[in-house]
Design a protein around this ligand. Structure first.
Ligand code: SF4
Ligand code: SF4
Length: 298
């Protein structure tokens, strides 16, 4: 996912075999200009790659390098890379300037949005003929910003070649399920996800080390059915934990029940819901009876 400079987007839908001319290299006069004052949306996989690269916990990484926002339509938590206010709003990971030794200091682990640039990726979620499985219609746009001189070069690419060259396919595979969750917006217009779910959503998505502690050290494992084999994996492996987090998010947002409550917890929850509904019904009937009484002047 990337937040694009809409004014610079060429309004043409590019497919994998569409061609464009472009070359970016340290000798470009514009080298690193594109790493300044930008809105780079981060995905959970981006965070894992960068925090591992920097040897930080996810909590430390988020605090130091990111800023939080809410999606206007869905109120889902969004994460942006924070530009360095003390360094002319450059990305904190760039050594500005032109030539060797300049550029991205975390190049092999840069986020998906940076890999794709100047290509932008768009996804549309559609249902199949039987309306059962969501399908992803993925396409691309070209972002041609005035400062970017790479378009003056003669090197020809297809979008597929560019994706291969930038090692973007792995990122797409890691991010697809995440995008699916982020595109889910069942809330009536103007409604927000409540504060607690918002917090859990943020933690399971981005603060993976805190999420691990939550799963292992809270009452989580008393409530949810997690197999010993899966538990072993998520103790150590950030990617397994991220994917487990997606199942948790789907549970949290009522998208699907891949993650199941333990039978006795589910039964207790069902009873509690039934009791709450009965109490609500009783209260409503009492209010109606009271109103009728007043109407009759009693
Ligand atoms: S502005 Fe364009 S050509 Fe220049 S460094 Fe960035 S992507 Fe490369
Ligand atoms: S992460 Fe690297 S490529 Fe992306 S904006 Fe920062 S310096 Fe540039």
């Amino acid at each position: 996912m990337v937040s694009l400079n809409n004014k610079a987007v060429i309004p043409t839908k590019f497919e994998l075999d569409s061609e464009f001319k472009f070359r970016c290299h340290p000798a470009c006069a514009c080298f690193t200009r594109c790493c300044r004052n930008i809105e780079t949306l981060l995905t959970p996989y981006d965070v894992i790659r960068m925090k591992q690269r920097l040897g930080l916990s996810s909590t430390e990484f988020l605090k130091k390098y990111t800023r939080y926002a809410e999606d206007e339509k869905t109120t889902h938590p969004l994460l942006y890379m924070r530009m360095d206010a003390e360094n002319d709003l450059y990305c904190p990971f760039v050594t500005p300037g032109q030539g060797q030794g300049k550029g991205c200091n975390i190049y092999a682990d840069r986020p998906a949005a940076c890999r794709y640039y100047p290509v932008g990726q768009a996804t549309h979620r559609i249902m199949d003929d039987k309306n059962e499985q969501p399908l992803h219609d993925e396409w691309y746009v070209i972002v041609k910003e005035d400062h970017c001189l790479g378009f003056q070069e003669e090197k020809k690419w297809t979008i597929a070649d560019w994706r291969r060259d930038q090692d973007a396919a792995l990122y797409d595979d890691m991010n697809r399920e995440w995008k699916n969750i982020m595109m889910k917006q069942d809330l009536p217009k103007g409604d927000k996800i409540d504060g607690r779910r918002q917090q859990m959503f943020y933690m399971a998505s981005y603060d993976i080390d805190m999420f691990r502690r939550y799963v292992l050290n809270s009452r989580f494992l008393e409530m949810f059915d997690v197999s010993p084999a899966l538990l072993e994996k998520i103790r150590e492996d950030d990617i397994e934990l991220m994917q487990f987090g997606f199942d948790y998010l789907k549970y949290l947002l009522g998208i699907s029940q891949q993650l199941q409550l333990k039978p006795h917890v589910a039964a207790a929850q069902k009873t509690r819901i039934a009791e709450m509904r009965a109490e609500e019904d009783a209260a409503r009937e009492a209010r109606i009876a009271e109103a009728e009484k007043m109407e009759r002047g009693q």
